[in-house]
Ligand binder design. Structure first.
Ligand code: FAQ
Length: 333
């Protein structure tokens, strides 16, 4: 969708006589809230940071289809099934927009997918947890999509045009996802004692991983300072985490559910909810590939890739026969 006129990818050499000129002009454009477009000059580190973040984001959307996809065949009613299919399909669409946005930076979709399948690329830690009951589908919509929106609304104002524009529609859809999740939780929380307990159990298991989704605390976040100077990120990880906690705790109270944190308290002085310590060892274990479902998730993506090879080959053969361009990703695998 953003692939027109991408012959140079903004990679024109900087004339030696200009010295630091382009870098200073680039930063001045960022400071003036101008959008950077694919053919504009940009520092190589800016390009690489965007490729890393956008592709991690795209992979998260694609891997993120798996935990909820697990419940499509077992949704409790036809309406729930239709809604869940639509939601999971939306996540696939988000992955596609985001891969397209990353491609404008001069990397191919095939390369990005290869990085995911080889385990070289990261995707969000949250999708390495299992969906054990139907309430987990509600908890994902409420908490995971809720956290995703909190993180992604500011990305609509990201300095890189294609990423910012892709986020506008994604955020609208995530907002629908969050509401459907909250509605599942509300139905369960107001249902039988067993349903209420199921909702509480899902909250117990998804709360801390959702808090960790925002990334390492600011002191340990190696990319935040530079990404904020470039206006790729508009808020730090801890700032977004706190905003999420502040809106979500009252929602849990409304549901009649208990946040699994005995140290959670309202702090009158700061006017924020204060949480107990985060177990960062769990977060880093998941990032290293040792979460409950890391292996299963990558195996599922590799199996899907292998199963789809014949489609890509057929599409490439069709394109070659008709003298057209091979479809995106057709060369992969
Ligand atoms: N999981 O210096 P920072 C969704 C890595 S979409 C795994 O703070 P940064 C929709 C980070 O990459 C969810 N790795 O990094 C949905 C870096 O590693 P590296 C995804 C993580 O980039 C809902 C290292 O730690 N959303 O949920 C995580 O400035 C339901 C140091 O961290 C996005 O990707 C993590 N949670 O800030 C779909 C949003 N956190 O490369 C289906 C866009 C950090 O140096 C169902 N991304 N790391 O080796 C961002 O906003 C940022 O990239 C952050 C991380 C905030 C995630």
């Amino acid at each position: 969708m953003y692939t027109q006129a991408l012959d140079t990818h903004g990679r024109e050499p900087v004339p030696a006589a200009e010295g630091a000129g382009p870098a200073a002009r680039f930063q001045a454009r960022i400071d003036a809230d101008e959008k950077i477009e694919p053919k504009d000059w940009m520092p190589e580190a800016y390009r690489q940071t965007l490729i890393r973040q956008i592709s991690q984001h795209a992979h998260s959307e694609i891997v993120g289809m798996l935990p909820e996809g697990n419940w499509i065949t077992r949704a409790p009613t036809l309406r729930r099934k239709a809604v869940l299919i639509a939601k999971v399909q939306d996540e696939g669409g988000h992955g596609m927009y985001l891969y397209s946005a990353a491609e404008t930076l001069g990397v191919s979709r095939a390369q990005l997918i290869e990085q995911l399948l080889s385990g070289a690329a990261k995707y969000s830690s949250i999708f390495n947890y299992p969906t054990l009951t139907w309430a987990d589908v509600g908890a994902i919509g409420w908490l995971v999509d809720g956290a995703a929106i909190m993180n992604q609304i500011p990305i609509c104002r990201c300095s890189y045009g294609p990423y910012a524009r892709a986020m506008v529609r994604i955020c609208k859809e995530e907002s629908f996802h969050q509401r459907q999740g909250f509605e599942i939780m509300l139905t369960l929380a107001q249902g039988s004692a067993a349903q209420h307990a199921m909702a509480q159990d899902a909250l117990n298991r998804w709360w801390w991983p959702s808090i960790m989704m925002f990334g390492p605390s600011d002191g340990d976040s190696r990319h935040t300072a530079q990404s904020m100077a470039w206006k790729i990120k508009r808020f730090s990880n801890d700032e977004l985490r706190q905003k999420f906690i502040d809106v979500t705790v009252p929602q849990a109270q409304f549901l009649g559910l208990t946040i699994p944190d005995p140290r959670l308290r309202w702090d009158e002085a700061t006017q924020h909810f204060q949480i107990g310590p985060i177990d960062w060892s769990e977060f880093y274990a998941v990032l290293k590939g040792n979460g409950p479902c890391n292996r299963e998730r990558l195996e599922a993506r590799r199996a899907a890739d292998a199963a789809g090879a014949w489609v890509r080959e057929a599409a490439a053969a069709y394109a070659a026969k008709h003298g057209g361009r091979a479809p995106a990703g057709a060369s992969h695998g």
